[in-house]
Design a protein. Sequence first.
Length: 716
Amino acid sequence: MIIATGTASGKSLAYQVPALSSVLDGGTALYLTPTKALAADQLRALEALDVPGLRAAAYDGDTPYEERAWIRRHANYVLTNPDMLHRGLLPGHARWSGFWRRLRTVVVDECHGYRGVFGSHVAQILRRLRRVCTRYGSSPVFVLASATASDPGAFATRLTGLQTAEVTTDASPRGSITFALWEPPLTDLRGEGGAPVRRPAAAETADLLADLVLDGTRTLAFVRSRRAAESVALSARARLSDLASGMFSRPSPGMVTPPPPSRTAPASLTSLADLPGRIAAYRAGYLAEERRGLERALRSGDLLGLATTNALELGVDVSGLDAVLIAGWPGTRASLWQQAGRAGRAGQDALAVLIARDDPLDTYLVHHPEALFGRPVEAIVLDPGNPYVLGPHLCAAAAEIPLTEEDLEIFGPTSKEVLASLVGDGLLRRRPSGWFWTRRERATDLADIRGSGGAPVQVVELSTGCLLGTVDESSAHTTVHTGAVYVHQGETFLVTELDLEAGVALVEAGTPDYTTFARDVTEISVLESFRSHPLGPGELHFGSVEVTRQVVSYLKRRLQSGEPLGDEALDLPPRTLRTRAVWWTLPASAISPLAEAGLDLGGAAHAAEHASIGMLPLFATCDRWDIGGVSTELHADTGMLTVFVYDGHEGGAGFAERGFSRALEWLTATREAIASCECERGCPSCIQSPKCGNGNEPLDKAGALRLLAVLLSMNG
Ligand SMILES: [Zn+2]
Ligand SMILES: [Zn+2]
């Protein structure tokens, strides 16, 4: 069963009833969540219920070893995450035999987080779980809980491999929400190629937060990073301090008057001086006590404004707010509604504001409310059949219990072929009784369920030897190459050396007055087109490709002005990626009139590529960093002008496929996004991309509009 209803609609009650009945009946229950923090909160909520006979415990990387044996033997309600299930519970299933034998209910909470490659891994882990249960004679019911998703039943079936019943009716009481779409103004600042730059979403959010707090409105501001949470809270406080000390003369750039809910009284002049202290920042990593403290302060109205990353979605229970500010499109309509749903929960009216960032998708959305309202939320995309995901899990499954022919049904239609190649690679051995894992290593080490292949590169501070963090192997070349400026939790470091062999980037603290941008050369070749159909005078394809990407240099830019300070060459090996792509072509006959009209076809295709990458997240649950693109006036494999958009993960993740199936809407929205931006020649809100390996050269805005009009057979 999947329960897909809004925030605070009572989902946890709906899954705790079957889970706790299992326990009361002498069975066991397993609760899965993507984060340890949420598991800890759930555990506390469970303990507060004081159910007789309930022995609940969290079992994750933080659980002390001395407690683990007790939990395995005695706990009847275990809270864990997919990582621990993958590395701990399933490989060590024999030690959990009593738990599996009595397992009646598996709760998969916040399951909309299981998308893309990570979701595909989790889908295979759940299949391994089902197989282990079968071995011990149990067949638990799976209860999934999610924020609203389109077609939740189909998603749940893809995730678990089981037939699913949907619960989608949300009858919880709710007031009305006034929704504002807010586009920050263009400033006099100039960015890449002299493009105009908008006022940052975070700065606008800080002003709005201060204005709302001044009005006595309890407000939550959602921002994208920890750093932004701190800076929004800080600038909102500063704005209020200025006001309190009478230094404030500038009129606020915009006041939003929320509907009048039953809220705290507007700040009187006497309490003006206290207002800055009633705004705080919240981010992941706070202790449970600190979170509880913030919750209490918000509930009591001692705290009027809180700036937060979406860490709040997972861990803090806040309700009864008057307004929610959302700085930047949160990625999906589902998370937009989830964040907006924090406001006005007890049936009161409320205000929500989406503040656009300087990128094509945000721009498009604030100009096209119809893309947000009265639309179903997006489908959650995953591809459990991806051989790069399936292979390691088949090995792990074989190591758990040798695989038999009957098992292949659980792992899906591609498993037969993948098994054959695993045998060919010497990872598995076929015997009459099944397939066996014969290596000494742990099979589970083959699957990197949260990463994207390869061991992560460790970022180490040279002077102290301190490990600052890790960077995915796939992005190390662009983010921690020698000479790169690396920002870690608001502090700036310079990479003195990237040692790929050792998997280490050595950094030193510094305050350079420039930033760095890696430049790369990307080539793409078509391996196979799986599906295709005509699109206007051209063709649309979905298929497999090989992408070869080499970071060749980096550009330094002055911090404030963005002024280029020159290129430095780098000596890094090319990386190849076999993945899935969607691509469209236009024949010479269709584009020659454009070339004759003096259009820069390469710049037009490049601009269309950038904008379409920016827009794909509206149709597939990915963000623009999950996908890449290549465009060319003449591609060797197609013999035509071609624009490719590919999944940035080995084997693909389902995003390009989704683009193929929604191509007409996707490319129409792309053209709309470019057309509705008021800049003249292109800016970050439309055709410039922050991750362009070519320094956003060449780009032709007018050309992109004409090119897409031809492709979509419009009169452009
Ligand atoms: Zn623009
Ligand atoms: Zn580019």
